[in-house]
Design a protein around this ligand. Sequence first.
Ligand code: 26Q
Length: 792
Amino acid sequence: MKTDILNRLKYSQGKDAENASVYDWRIALSLVLRDEMVETWFRSTKETYAASPKRVYYLSMEFLIGRLIEDMISNLGLEDTARKAMEELGQDYDTIVHDEPDAALGNGGLGRLAACFIDSLATLGIPAFGYGIRYEHGLFEQSFAQGQQVEKPETWLTQRHAWEFERPESQYSIGFGGHVDHHEGKAYWHPTEVVMATAYDTPVVGWRGMWGNTLRLWAAEPSNEFDLESFNRGDYLAAGRSEALARTISRVLYPDDTTESGKELRLKQEYFFTAASLMDLVRRYLRDHDDIRALPDFVAIQLNDTHPAIAGPELVRLLVDDHGLAMDEAIDLACRCLSYTNHTLLPEALERWSEHLMGRILPRHMEIIRAIEHAHQTEFPNSPRILEHGDVRMGELAFVMAHKVNGVSALHTELVKETVFADLHRIHPTRIINQTNGITPRRWLHGCNPALRNVINDQIGDGWVTDLEQLSALKAKRGDAGFVDAFSAAKRANKVTLSNWIGETIGVTLNPDAMFDVQIKRIHEYKRQLMNLLETVALWNDMRDNPNANWTPRVKIFGGKAAPGYFVAKDIIRLINDVASVINADEVTGDMLKIVYPPNYNVTMAERLIPAADLSEQISTAGKEASGTGNMKFALNGALTIGTLDGANVEIREHVGSENFFLFGLTAAEVMERRTHHGFARAAIEASPRLQRVLGQIAEGRFAPHDPSRYHGLVGMLYDHDYFLVTCDFDSYFDTQRRVDIAYRNTQNWASMAIANTASMGWFSSDRTIQGYARDIWNVHSLTSPKLEKSA
Ligand code: 26Q
């Protein structure tokens, strides 16, 4: 490996060992690993062609990957080799590995789920492609200026992305705008704007290099003839401008995780990558099949939310306009290929596009959507409309064009049936099914938590990495003092490591024996970071009132970004930082209470924080969090959850046992009921002196003495429009936190509860989730381990 690395340094980076930077060493090492993976990748491709099986195509606007180097090293089983090689070359292995920027091509849960899924598909040996966009700029970089979020463009691609292969031969022209002619029953779309989609492939190799799939991301480029006219006229500026315009399509990830404005560029992004992916998969299909009507037997297309929902009309367009099928037959065929995952019930997050915009950008698709609507209404008169109030409703479109629609946790799926899609569910009663989310144990235990991984391996070997249910063998070891000590020592070591990092990066000194209480996720009102902060202030008040009582020391850790236009969320960030400045400087509470909020939360930061957490905050308003996946990562790494009965919390609690989970708050049904009471928030505040005191302090400027009215708006909102019921759940949350305090002081019992969590999380592997999709939705099979399926 040393020779290989030196060769790569020389021939790919043009450097010798004396002049190489950390970056050069990292690229050299990455290229050596990539070479290694290519072998598996080729073999898998060959085997797939030979077997000609049904393939999965996972279409997602987002793949929130993070770093790849450690994944690649451990998937190839080269941890020791790589470390030793770098060290013998005089390089610090950890420095090199930590030099890789995150691929932050996603906003949060939905994007990270896609990344876990492609890992599981490869590990399970299921032939699959991930299709998405190769954003030049991923999710913005967050910093704080006087406590306020500042966004900067993210620049991962200014460095070489060592893992990808450009595929100039896989290019498609994607049209926009123009008009449609109809001749003798055939439609001809004449777009006015054409952009090229170029493929970039990243090999996705599963555990121990048994199987490799492809993540194919599309970059937008000007078409070759692009504005040749201006160029020939000598108007190079005009030519350059239109060239830049084409590239804007893949320039930047939209940083909202809830839809607001129907932005034209966003629609173009959605169509751009969906159309390129469908053309690509149809071309691949026709390379070894000649009957387009058999497409559903060989192709399963999963839509990750409605973002690629234009796939329905686009596939119909290809089948009708290019392959001569009749409209009704094309719709039926497309339906049998497509399935759709819903990730949200929030009404503001359900995509709608005005018919006017859709008709202008995609005139042929607008015709086809009307045909789909007509066909559905003819078959099911009075069914819910795809077209409503001048909008195309993408959820309804995706539902009607899919043979299966799935929710992402048991509770969420029931709510999908009862609320957003209630009427469509009555018409298609077997279409909606549940597939509870999962997480990949490779990244979220084996990779991020070597201390705990080693303790587990010493007890039960490493079979759990691909068969996470094996962790249940740890349940019996809860009485084994040696194991309990080792488990606790691993957590303690992770807390020390995190404390050092926090000290170095944000300059706050932490006590590793304090309880590490962590809430990391997008900042959103429904996730209720504000409730966590109010509880922190209330605890601080109690500590100051009675400083000599026997308090359980706590560190409150926050992480997360707010959408740039989401002003309430940004106020919450500022308040967290303002409160942190006051509390961290308080000598009365000192080590008993600290608040830290490291900026720019991302996948890599999650990998640092989760292994060091004692308490996981999963406190969303019941009925609002579709599933959550962070909740699973914490429990797997031995943190206890304080949470509501929402999303996958419900199932986590069932698996780990109610005695190992801190439950509080209203249920989804109670939430809906409570909202009907006039003045429910004022009533809740009046009934809670503790909450009144905290709100009073914030309102009168206790945490912003130079700008005392700063949080009037935020506090006023809680009194008058507390849509997410922060006030109603506050007391129950506070009291439960005090139970957590008491439990934490019994270190032996706490360790035993933590072990119960780790040991019970096997079911939440994304391998289990993917096996569910493979069986209930896709009807596809593993090419490496058909046996595995029978046991699932
Ligand atoms: C849509 C249109 C325009 C701009 C942005 C968007 C957009 C982008 C991202 C809308 C939604 C998202 C992301 C949603 C998301 O991450 N949902 C989460 O999905 C997870 C995986 O299923 C769940 O665990 C979380 O509960 C859910 O919030």
